[in-house]
Ligand binder design. Structure first.
Ligand SMILES: *Cc1c(COP(=O)(O)O)cnc(C)c1O
Length: 467
């Protein structure tokens, strides 16, 4: 959250934007208050110039190797976006074609994720994976409550079992919807949730288990089939039938193309629902996500709303009401434009760059890889221990920032939180040439840091990295 000004009175230094005299029109104020609504109007060109100039101060998205989110689309997609920005996804009666296209998109995903019974599948678009995960979690919780009530048992204290390396959206889900978060710690021997000792975490109050396809910290896949097998064993010994939600925020749009043989999706009967972020490797601008359930029966009907204020009574399951519809059309555009062959080509090229980068970084003395980018095109590395070294990965991150690169360093989650890693997310648009420039800058930064006789001054922003 940004800091609030202590005062929003006019005239204080730092709480207004000056207008370049070149753009100021006669009669217009040359100063614009930052934190109070201006008293008067201004010309559209002036307002445009102010917002345009301020937005320019944001980072260069191309050099941001921290984010998973798409920052580039083709000119045709941009044209489509401009033509459709006004569409409201909730207004399915006004925009029935957009609603029909939304359904085509999730049905395509159902096929991609090996939905066994397409006629009974159900899915929806969302604002991103976070909303998608909330919906999947809510379906789990409600199904568990229904089953408990039917059995005459208590519905107090539901819990959700997942790795300590889950993305923050799962912590939010548990916090907002009052579900106990049971984190299975990651360790050196079990770097991802792999089913090891799962029986210690699962009990009759477990609403589900989350498996991550593409752990945010490292890019590694969790072995969903192995987790499912552990749950099969638990069911055999205790009778508890616990289902899996796969958080495929990034991997949901990578695995079908790069690891088609890997069984992580609806091919595993225990997988109840899957989400992905269209704005990550789905190659669409933010914000769009998808969530699908194996069958409509797994999504309790009582969570679905039918409202008639906008005409019609299309069923919806969502946290938001109004939200942009244009991204759905952009997703349909990319599905048509790329098809299976195109997605495979784009994702392969991205993975090749990730593996080239991780290979070169592994050859540099101080680093050891934590992952290599062969699952999703994301990898992380740590520093090899060296008592002589006077710098750490935060210092390296800081040096790279001076060259414009955003390559975050952060501690791993519990129980590995004494290990700091640095991560690169390779996206479409980080090509070989840019990768070579990055490697040159990393080498330069390492040489510089190695040449210091004393530790460099602490980086300004050591405030922690938000995934
Ligand atoms: C990015 C991410 C999310 C959250 O996705 P948004 O689309 O940004 O809301 C959830 N889970 C994982 C594993 C992620 O990588």
């Amino acid at each position: 959250m940004s800091e609030r000004p202590s005062s929003n009175r006019r005239g204080l230094r730092g709480d207004s934007v000056d207008l370049n005299p070149l753009f100021a029109r006669p009669g217009e104020s040359a100063e614009v208050p930052l934190f109070s609504l201006p008293d008067d109007e201004m010309l559209p060109e002036t307002a445009y110039q102010i917002v345009h100039d301020e937005a320019m101060l944001d980072g260069n998205a191309r050099l941001n190797l921290a984010t998973f989110v798409g920052t580039w689309m083709e000119p045709e997609a941009n044209r489509l976006y401009a033509e459709t920005v006004d569409k409201n996804m909730i207004d399915k009666d006004e925009y029935p074609q957009t609603a029909a296209i939304e359904e085509r998109c999730w049905r395509m995903l159902a096929e991609l994720w090996h939905e066994p019974d397409p006629a009974h599948a159900i899915g929806t678009s969302t604002i991103g994976s976070s909303e998608a995960c909330m919906l999947a979690g809510l379906a789990f919780k409600r199904r568990w409550q229904q089953a408990r009530r039917a059995a005459g048992k208590s519905t107090e204290k539901p819990n959700l079992v997942m790795s300590s390396a889950v993305q923050v959206c799962w912590e939010k889900f548990c916090n907002y919807f009052e579900v106990e978060a049971r984190y299975v710690p990651v360790t050196n021997e079990h770097r991802v949730l792999d089913g090891h000792r799962l029986e210690d975490y699962v009990d009759e109050n477990t609403i589900g288990v989350v498996a991550i396809m593409g752990v945010t910290y490292t890019g590694a896949y969790e072995p969903v089939a192995q987790i499912a097998a552990a749950l099969d064993a638990i069911e055999a010994s205790t009778g508890l039938d616990v289902r899996i939600h796969v958080d495929g925020a990034s991997g949901g749009m990578i695995a079908p193309f790069l690891q088609p043989e890997l069984e992580w999706d609806f091919r595993l009967p225990r997988v109840s629902s899957i989400n992905t972020s269209a704005h990550k490797y789905g190659l669409v601008y933010p914000g769009l996500g998808w969530v699908l359930w194996r069958t409509a029966a797994e999504l309790p009907e009582e969570l679905v709303f039918r409202v008639s204020y906008l005409g019609g009574d299309m069923p919806t399951f969502a946290l938001n009401f109004s939200r942009p519809g244009a991204q759905v059309l952009l997703q349909y555009y990319t599905f048509l434009r790329l098809g299976r062959a195109g997605y495979t080509a784009v994702q392969s090229a991205t993975r090749d760059v990730a593996m080239y980068l991780s290979g070169e970084i592994a050859k540099m003395g101080p680093f050891e890889l934590w992952s290599d980018g062969s699952d999703i095109p994301v990898f992380a590395w740590a520093l090899r221990p060296d008592p002589e070294r006077k710098w750490d990965l935060d210092d390296l991150s800081d040096r790279l920032r001076a060259h414009g690169w955003l390559v975050p360093a952060y501690p791993m989650p519990a129980d590995l939180d004494t290990v700091t890693v640095q991560r690169i997310v390779v996206r479409n648009g980080l090509g070989r040439n840019l990768a070579r420039d990055l490697l040159a800058d990393i080498r330069k930064a390492v040489d510089y840091l190695d040449s210091l006789d004393a530790p460099p001054p602490a980086p300004v922003a050591k405030a922690g990295f938000h995934h």
